[in-house]
Design a binder for this molecule. Structure first.
Ligand SMILES: O=C(O)C1=C[C@@H](OP(=O)(O)O)[C@@H](O)[C@H](O)C1
Ligand SMILES: C=C(OP(=O)(O)O)C(=O)O
Length: 409
């Protein structure tokens, strides 16, 4: 893939039907649960996202050293999976993955009886996993304000523990819909998990084989909402999205209602139409952190002021997303500042007319969040290949609705 691409849209008018990639979050849970069930389940519409293709390959691999690349779910879910299935593995990832914390999960697994050592820096991958001797402990306290992926990883293995598991969540529960997604997927494969107050209880149970069809990805849909908001005229159908979804990022429909996009649910997915938008909004991203970049880039381009909370986890994702956003909105004459602790304000400016070039920081969402700006002015997107993590066909799909793309080596 080339070093950069120049993106423009000659008419600013969008019509089309888009088959979105499937949700990597749903797919990766289904893959882990199916593997833990030890039975043959039928999983349909598995995502073409690299994060899912990678997990599929790694679950088949006999290698001792396993590379989770830049996939957070793969790293966290496999850590618990290898522990409970008693496999000897060294689990590593990209340089960035080795800066993403994992201590909370490792300590919880150790309390349950897993032998896990840090190969490098304490608290971070790579990890050496070397066996599991049940400790008999069933009540664990786990911090829930850093990443929900630790909790999802523990929940999926919990029914295999001889005494089950009571997880007491401490602190704010970030990314809560992802925990609910895990429970829903477990339920689909015959295992119940009770979530009352801040405690999740899973009794010893057996997963049952099931057929599961992965829904389209609502996080991927968010970039199409942005395009509709910025287009002069638009009518876009996104296939395979459902009103009743396991994904918390379906919240994009409500957010974008305020930012100029009307969602009509149809039998085949959603139809997006333009409407008027608000000039100043406040949003809490605690439940949907992956939508923050979409909204920030859109509001900077559209001239909407937005006050935001719930951005804490953005600092430890594929890049420090707050810092990356702060730098990149500057070229649109916007600013992103922490106005009081935990509260960020995006103050839009007048969009400059030339030389819009966005860096992507090895983060798929930086590329996809800023691409829609090309409906207003031509933009350069650097390292566009990053989209492969969740939406490998993103650029091809843009060409289908009339974007011009010029690749530069
Ligand atoms: O469980 C999941 O599938 C995910 C949980 C979220 O991470 P955190 O729980 O770390 O916020 C989200 O940002 C990530 O893209 C996918
Ligand atoms: C944060 C993300 O993924 P992960 O944490 O699974 O690497 C993401 O896809 O935006």
């Amino acid at each position: 893939m080339s070093q950069s691409l120049t993106l423009s849209h000659p008419t600013g008018k969008l019509t089309g039907r888009i088959k979105l990639p499937a949700s990597k979050s749903e797919a990766n849970r289904a893959l882990i649960i199916a593997a833990l069930s030890g039975q043959a389940s039928q999983l349909h519409n598995l995502s073409e996202a690299n994060d899912t293709q990678l997990l599929q390959r790694l679950l088949q691999s006999d290698a001792e050293t396993i590379d989770a690349e830049d996939a957070g779910t793969v790293m966290r879910f496999l850590t618990a999976f290898y522990a409970i299935t008693g496999q000897q593995k060294t689990l590593t990832g990209t340089d960035r993955m080795c800066q993403r914390p994992i201590r909370i999960l490792v300590e919880a697994l150790r309390e349950l009886g897993a032998s896990i050592a840090y190969v490098g820096e304490e608290g971070y991958p790579p990890l050496k996993i070397s066996g599991f001797k049940g400790s008999g402990q069933k009540h664990l306290k786990v911090r829930s304000d850093i990443s929900s992926q630790y909790i999802s990883a523990l929940l999926m293995m919990a029914p295999l523990l001889p005494d089950g598991l009571e997880l007491e969540l401490e602190g704010k529960i970030g990314s809560r819909p992802y925990i609910e997604m895990t429970r829903s997927l477990m339920q689909h494969f015959g295992v119940s998990a009770d979530f009352t107050g801040n405690t999740i209880t899973v009794k010893p149970q057996k997963y049952k084989a099931a057929t599961f069809r992965v829904e389209s990805d609502w996080s991927a849909a968010s970039y199409w909402y942005s395009m509709v908001a910025l287009a002069k005229e638009a009518e876009i159908t996104l296939l395979g999205l459902k009103e009743q979804s396991f994904q918390g990022d379906r919240a994009i429909a409500d957010i974008m209602y305020r930012l100029g996009v009307y969602t009509e649910f149809t039998e085949e997915g959603v139809r997006l139409l333009k409407k008027e938008h608000e000039r100043h909004i406040s949003l809490d991203f605690s439940d949907c952190p992956d939508l923050a970049q979409t909204v920030v880039a859109l509001c900077a381009a559209m001239g909407v002021r937005v006050d935001m909370t719930g951005l804490e986890s953005l600092r430890i994702k594929e890049t420090d997303r707050i810092q990356a956003l702060q730098i990149e909105v500057l070229s649109m004459n916007a600013s992103l500042q922490e106005v009081t602790p935990g509260v960020f304000r995006l103050e839009p400016g007048i969009l400059s007319k030339k030389d819009l070039s966005f860096r992507t920081y090895q983060d798929h969402r930086m590329a996809m969040a800023f691409a829609p700006v090309a409906l207003l002015e031509p933009v350069v997107i650097q390292e566009p290949g990053v989209v492969r993590k969740s939406y490998p066909r993103f650029w091809e799909d843009l060409e289908k609705v009339g974007f011009d793309i010029k690749y530069t080596a």
